[in-house]
Design a protein around this ligand. Structure first.
Ligand SMILES: Cc1cc2nc3c(=O)[nH]c(=O)nc-3n(C[C@H](O)[C@H](O)[C@H](O)COP(=O)(O)OP(=O)(O)OC[C@H]3O[C@@H](n4cnc5c(N)ncnc54)[C@H](O)[C@@H]3O)c2cc1C
Length: 388
């Protein structure tokens, strides 16, 4: 075992030991059935220090890097995909601040300090009909005389809605030259409403409900960045994109990994009257399982490579978005294919709503909706090759 693999094994044992994963897997079925938030998982993760993973040692945390957190998130998602997806949003905020530290910008150190003090960060970027995502906003930011803003708009799919205490948001100030303002709002600020409308196909325990902002104050000390709208390079948005794509990809890689194990178990369990054997000995079934494994294997390798490059501050320039988005799209495609394979290999029993295979299949579909979608991303890949 290499030193790096030994470190990953030790981190897995510290933060996500096997018995914890078993508990989480059992609860995931209940959370999904009852459309409940993952309260008990959240408490266990918090008490183990999981919410502090990115906090540097100098500020009292364990100082993990993106490659290490990616591995842990893959492992967590094999047991509880919705828990992993939602907790990702908090971790991502820490990952963003670490990325900025690594590149010489310590302006968001308060995020680490507040994480150590128990605050829970969430990600309020997605808005209805805003396919600019980070590069535009339909949320109105009205400047106040003191450098702060009042924000009004709708943020959709805010994971961790029952427990977050700090939300990273952006809004557009159009009072002069258009200016995108990024920063944090507090949960107890006046004007925040969390929708109770939440009944979705998969990742149900994430409780990614809409957040409605009505004149919500972002104090001057919480304004993190001013960026012109459109395709303007910036360290904060680069750090958000990198952490978002690679950590979301990690969750779907974990879903794929678990689905493959369930597919194999299904083939071993089911017998074929025609062949007089289990399906594990039927050539067509073996080929189907093998194809899903072939699809999956490059996914963790791609995530690991890009996470390490990011941790090492490698400058891929305009090649970064191509790499980051492809890692996340490949991971979510592998998760959907592996989950479909698991359904086929499990036979009709996997079709039951209470079956883990059925839940993974539904959870994997959420991967269709993280930005940019395949359709939104294709022009970037075509333009990179066609030089236009
Ligand atoms: C499981 C899951 C978790 C996610 N977690 C996060 C997260 O933590 N943070 C984040 O920023 N993004 C998150 N996303 C959002 C995701 O990344 C996409 O941006 C999102 O799916 C938007 O897709 P769209 O552009 O197709 O939506 P659109 O088609 O533009 O919007 C459709 C959605 O918006 C809702 N909606 C529209 N108008 C209103 C309104 N006025 N009030 C309330 N709701 C309205 C609709 O009910 C519908 O759910 C998550 C997505 C999923 C599937």
């Amino acid at each position: 075992m290499t030193d790096r693999e030994a470190r990953h094994a030790q981190l897995a044992e510290t933060y996500l030991p096997d018995e914890l994963l078993e508990r989480f897997r059992e609860r995931a079925a209940r959370y999904d059935r009852e459309n409940a938030f993952f309260d008990e998982d959240f408490v266990e993760l918090r008490d183990r220090g999981y919410l502090r993973l990115f906090v540097p040692e100098e500020l009292g945390g364990p100082g993990l890097n993106l490659a290490e957190v990616s591995r842990l998130q893959q492992r967590l998602a094999t047991a509880a995909p919705a828990t992993a997806l939602a907790v990702n949003m908090h971790l991502m905020c820490g990952g963003v601040v670490k990325a900025m530290f690594d590149r010489g910008d310590r302006s968001l150190a308060y995020v680490f300090e507040e994480t150590m003090a128990g605050e829970v960060f969430a990600f309020g970027i997605s808005e209805p009909a805003n396919d600019w995502v980070l590069q535009g906003s339909n949320t109105v930011a009205v400047p106040q005389g003191d450098g702060g803003y009042l924000l009004s708009g709708v943020k959709i799919f805010t994971s961790l809605s029952p427990v977050w205490t700090r939300l990273i948001v952006h809004g557009l100030d159009s009072t002069g030259e258009p200016d995108l303002v990024y920063g944090f709002v507090d949960r107890d600020a006046a004007g925040i409403t969390v929708s109770d409308d939440w009944d979705v196909i998969g990742m149900r325990a994430s409780h990614s409900r809409a957040t409605i902002l009505k004149d919500v104050r972002m104090p001057p000390g919480r304004v993190a960045r001013h960026v012109p709208p459109g395709r303007v390079p910036d360290l904060l948005t680069f750090a958000i994109t990198s952490n978002f794509q690679l950590l979301i990809g990690s969750v779907y890689a974990g879903v794929a990994r678990r689905a493959l194990d369930l597919a194999a178990a299904g083939l071993k369990r089911r017998t074929s009257a025609k062949s007089g054997t289990t399906y594990a000995e039927v050539p067509e079934s073996r080929a189907r399982l093998a194809d899903a494994y072939l699809d999956y294997l490059p996914v963790p390798a791609q995530l690991e490579t890009y996470c390490r490059d990011f941790d090492d501050v490698v400058d891929h320039g305009a090649g970064w978005p191509l790499r980051l988005v492809s890692a996340r799209i490949n991971a979510s495609a592998a998760a959907r294919r592996a989950a479909e394979t698991a359904l086929i290999c499990s036979g009709g029993s996997g079709f039951g709503n209470g079956d883990e295979v059925s839940r993974l299949f539904r959870d994997a579909t959420a991967g269709l909706f993280h930005p940019p979608s395949v359709d939104a991303a294709r022009p970037m890949y075509a333009a990179a090759l066609l030089d236009d």
